[in-house]
Ligand binder design. Structure first.
Ligand SMILES: [Zn+2]
Length: 327
């Protein structure tokens, strides 16, 4: 199914583009890559009763709730504020993310506060737990609203059976007892509970604020968040390393241009490693601009007999696959 393609493509790009970012933006006092990996490897794991989420305690009062049992390895982020907490994405909906957060708060002696739930975008691996919350924030964009209000139907019709069945051993992580890929679905989210964020608007947690950065290249409804106080960056699926899975390369250039001068220090990524070396967006923009001029090395990545074109240049890989992303 389409979404499974997406998963495998992400893995393929990662393999194809093995070159890692060795240095950082001159303007950004970024954390060195070895340090970042070490921070992830040694991050304290916070116990929770879901048996599905693994919770990592990361720097800057950020917790990652990741789902290692699914090949997407998707990360949602819980960010503490003085007045409100932020949940950036709600995961796949396989286990209850609100339960994981309740447990996290107990384990860490954190007070209960209102939670602002922001969807980085509305692919099914990022909004599956939305129904656990009374309101969610996205952008006023027809595709996003349609994704939210239609949900993902269960069984073969919704595609989750094949999406799940090809996932081998789930890395030894068992899904909750009441989970079944045959019936799993993401219910439609009530339209009157959807709230809208605009570009540049601030998500205000009290003592810290995050600026909304609208992105368009991975999906029409992307929201990256930037916290200027600590140079924190949550890039969603638009920005999570030197690999890009997008609908249009000109939109990617525009997205990169939008963040060109941000002094990102801490880059939290929505798939795989929770914290990565801050991206060199200037270098990436230069590479993508050259690709637009036809200078990229063209190749392809394949899955299940489908061949999908890919370009690479200067350590940056770009896959343009609108049919996979705009379902
Ligand atoms: Zn994703």
């Amino acid at each position: 199914m389409r979404n499974l393609f997406l998963t495998v493509i992400l893995s393929a790009i990662t393999v194809a583009c093995a070159e890692t970012e060795q240095s950082t933006n001159a303007s950004a006092p970024s954390v060195e890559s070895a340090t970042v990996q070490d921070l992830v490897d040694t991050a304290e794991r916070i116990e929770n009763s879901t048996g599905w989420f693994e919770i990592l305690k990361l720097p800057n009062d950020v917790y990652a709730l990741w789902e290692p049992g699914h090949v997407e390895k998707v990360n949602s982020f819980f960010v503490l504020g003085s007045d409100r907490d932020l949940l950036y994405d709600t995961g796949m909906g396989i286990a209850r993310i609100s339960q994981a957060i309740d447990d996290l708060r107990k384990q860490e002696n954190l007070p209960t506060k209102p939670i602002i739930v922001v969807n980085s975008h509305n692919h099914l691996d990022h909004n599956g737990g939305n129904q656990e919350f009374a309101e969610i924030w996205t952008v006023n964009e027809p595709w996003a609203i349609r994704r939210l209000t239609s949900g993902v139907r269960g069984g073969e019709e919704g595609g989750f059976v094949s999406y799940w069945s090809q996932l081998r051993d789930h890395d030894g992580v068992e899904p909750p007892a009441d989970f079944s890929p045959d019936t799993h679905a993401i219910p439609p989210y009530p339209e009157d509970q959807i709230r809208f964020l605009d570009d540049n608007e601030k998500v205000d947690l009290g003592d810290r604020q995050f600026a909304v950065i609208r992105t368009f290249s991975h999906s029409p409804d992307g929201i990256a968040l930037y916290g200027a106080q600590e140079n924190l960056f949550f890039g969603g699926d638009t920005f999570y390393g030197p690999e890009y899975l997008i609908t249009d390369i000109n939109l990617l250039a525009a997205d990169l241009k939008r963040i060109e001068t941000l002094p990102i220090e801490w880059h939290y990524a929505s798939h795989g490693a929770q914290l990565i070396t801050a991206m060199q967006q200037g270098k990436h923009l230069a590479a993508v601009s050259r690709m637009i001029n036809g200078e990229g090395e063209t190749g392809s990545t394949t899955f299940a007999g489908f061949e999908i074109p890919m370009q690479q240049l200067d350590g940056v890989a770009v896959v343009v696959a609108p049919e996979l992303l705009l379902y």
